[in-house]
Ligand binder design. Structure first.
Ligand code: C5P
Length: 223
């Protein structure tokens, strides 16, 4: 079974995906981490963000791998081309770089292929922007998760503090989220949008446990 969770940045997708996977005994795939890893590599190599062919080649050349601990559905680490980038992909620099890199059609083609291979190998909760529309249009459960801009920015600030990435400014995070959403929603290839058959959940002011239970219930109904 595939449970697709799409939505804008900071809507709570990662937290929800991990908890749903744990409750159901599924694995988790964070597709945003894959785009972030390619953006990191592109910055290291000085590849211009408008060079679709070079970005696509880079995405095809460097394997992205997730490191797991036994019994935990959520990966503990991510690497690209053998280099551990778990922390490096969560910086403000990557926040800025990832939208233009992920808009490159050949990057998307390369990563969507990998995502399908991973997801088809078992039961997965897959989170991203285009999972229900493009990557797994046949997913048994599709959720489009949103929250207000301010709540999403607060969560991102807390998440970075939890990951010990260093302090970040609320207003900067809010501006970045809005810029990234605008970029992700307006791009030509696989824009961020709900699938026609997605269940829309707004997590603003809701206990995250309720959202998690609602998705688990949807999965049980459709099993
Ligand atoms: O989910 P996260 O915020 O880590 O995603 C980072 C970026 O990766 C998004 O802003 C978006 O540009 C891109 N992305 C995408 N398609 C996905 C997942 C993420 O374009 N399926």
């Amino acid at each position: 079974m595939i449970i697709a969770i799409d939505g804008p940045s900071g809507a709570g997708k990662s937290t929800v995906a991990k908890a749903v996977a744990k409750k159901l005994g599924f694995s988790c795939l964070d597709t945003g981490a894959m785009y972030r890893a390619v953006a990191w590599r592109a910055l290291q190599d000085g590849v211009p963000f408008d060079d679709d062919a070079a970005l696509g080649q880079l995405a095809r050349m460097h394997d992205i791998a997730f490191g797991h601990e036994p019994g935990d559905p959520a990966p503990k680490s991510v690497s690209i081309g053998g280099e551990d980038v778990t922390r490096a992909i969560r910086t403000a620099e990557i926040d800025r770089a990832v939208s233009p890199v992920s808009a490159a059609p050949s990057v998307r083609e390369a990563l969507v292929g990998q995502q399908r291979r991973i997801g088809r190998a078992g039961d997965y909760v897959v989170e991203g922007r285009d999972i229900g529309t493009v990557v797994f249009p046949e997913a048994e459960v599709k959720v489009f998760l949103t929250a207000s801009d301010e709540e999403r920015a607060h969560r991102r600030v807390r998440q970075n503090a939890d990951r010990s990435i260093g302090s970040i400014d609320f207003d900067e995070v809010l501006a970045d989220l809005r810029r990234r959403d605008e970029h992700d929603s307006s791009r030509a290839t696989s824009p961020l949008k709900p699938a026609d058959d997605a269940v829309r959940l707004d997590s603003t002011g809701r206990y995250i446990e309720d959202v998690i239970d609602e998705i688990v219930e949807l999965a049980r109904e459709r099993a």
